[in-house]
Design a protein around this ligand. Sequence first.
Ligand code: AMP
Ligand code: ZN
Length: 449
Amino acid sequence: MKLFNTKSKSIEEFKPINPDEVKIYTCGPTVYDYPHIGNYASYIYWDLLIRTLIKNGYTPKRILNLTDVGHLTSDADEGDDKLEKGAKREHKTVWEIAEFYSNIFLDGFHKLNLLEPAKICRATDYIKQDIAIIDELTKKGYTYETADGIYFDTSKFKNYADFARLNLDQLKAGARVEFSDEKRNVADFAVWKFIKPGEDHAMRWDYLGRPGYPGWHIECSTIIHEELGETIDIHTGGIDHIPVHHTNEIAQSEAAFEKTLSNIWMHCDFITIDNQKISKSLGNTYTIYQLIEKDFSPLDYKMWVYQGHYQGDRNFSFDDLKAAKTRRLKWINRAAEAFQLGKIDPESDVQKLVLDAVSNNLNSAEAFSIIDNNNLSFKDWQFIDELFGLKITDDIKELSEETKKLINDRTAARAEKNYELADQIRDELAKQNISVKDTENGPIWEYLK
Ligand code: AMP
Ligand code: ZN
């Protein structure tokens, strides 16, 4: 299996530390609002990563976090906590906001038929362990205190700029507005924030004799260490995480534990909609629920996502989603035909070709064209489902005796040229979402939608 590694900036052969427990960590969402379809694209790509690992004989152990504290509206440790903002907006407590939007996120996750992670971890369940890491960093001389928190001194971490190829001088020049006087270096970041007297921040824990809360990045270092250990096999996230969040995770973890945090880093590109970025102000933050309202299955969206590559500009439009929906229905009906014709066992090496394609840095688009251009047995389609989780075969089964009788009656009516009766039966079948086509192998039923 070959994967692109952001760290080495090249495609490499995947070599797990232990094939029986491939350790994977995915940075999860901040649970303060409805996730949009762009947010879900990344989890859809990582679902294919997990399924591809399984098909290659590995046993993945994947941890996903939910950020329910400490993610500020600005990456430079300024602005409001996103959870506090959500609470004000909806006149709820931050805890209610976290609970509600965690459930919303997971509902979408299930609707997209994404494999369940080994564990889903909430940042607020790991505060004690955050503090232990911050203490360790302080003991080793990596932190300093300012009026508003404990900061990581990036100048003390030798390779800080390497991962993202950061140009720190350029960063400094561009950051004058957000560069607080007390920060020693422009890239320094908060591992802990103090709550000032009178400051409205409901989530608070006592540390160093005053109330505060963790910085955004520390939760991932902590959860990885607690749940997976010092070095993991693969760390995934969106491309936006490279210069700040993941760079800071590496600095914290590798400074504290003196071990490589992750051997492979994978990042997915961003999706635009009608060639514009996804943003509230443009009114295009479509949710999974809005797709359903527009008569799409979340799996049509998953199909659309896999039509392209995780590393590459992706532009979404409803016309393209419609095309993906049509393609998925075509696959379902091809699988239904294979089922009816008793084409059970594979006749070709199509499964191997498809797996080879996705094992090459998740090239799902190539896998899809192999599927389009080959004759598949029902077993092949079941394999496709295990690999992509698109539920192609889930509803395909023997029709009821009544429906079978209707199909036979229709065939008989047509043979007798009784087209009126044949049309009546066609309408009856349509109510069951079924149509019949006459082929050289006899009548074959299909789903209408
Ligand atoms: P957030 O909940 O804001 O932390 O977002 C979760 C993750 O979704 C982000 O870190 C990105 O990696 C990912 N994401 C956000 N917008 C997009 C987009 N337009 N396309 C793909 N991924 C996105
Ligand atoms: Zn993270």
